[in-house]
Design a protein around this ligand. Structure first.
Ligand code: ZN
Length: 122
């Protein structure tokens, strides 16, 4: 009976260790991927081909906090026809809460190299 209890203890410890490793792995994975956090979206419509594109905003863009305001362009290259007449038609639409960007969503990236959000199409 005592060996049974010791075995159960060993199994429990192994499970805990595995859970710990798994948690560590997930955190590392999220750090490596650096998933952008978004807070709002805008809808752009192309006057050439009529397609529209939903663009999410990284959480540091278009925040009206005085001198640090970093905007996004009101006209972007159309991801469908390649023309440069894709205009913002919605204005800022704040999301109910900040959230990680989904892999299939297009967004404006806050790149240190530019003083304006950079479109990333997906
Ligand atoms: Zn177009």
């Amino acid at each position: 009976m005592s060996s049974m209890r010791s075995l159960q203890r060993q199994v429990k410890r192994a499970k805990e260790k595995r859970a710990e490793r798994f948690e560590k792995y997930n955190v590392e994975k999220a750090k490596k991927k650096a998933t952008p956090i978004v807070w709002a979206k805008m809808i752009y419509i192309c006057v050439d081909c009529g397609n529209w594109k939903e663009m999410y905003l990284e959480n540091t863009l278009e925040r009206h906090n005085g001198e640090n305001h970093k905007p996004v362009p009101f006209v972007i290259r159309c991801p469908y026809c390649g023309g440069f007449h894709c205009y913002d038609r919605s204005g800022l639409i704040p999301l109910p809460a900040e959230r990680p960007l989904e892999e299939y969503e297009s967004y404006f990236k806050d790149s240190k190299k530019y003083d304006c959000g950079v479109p990333v199409y997906r």
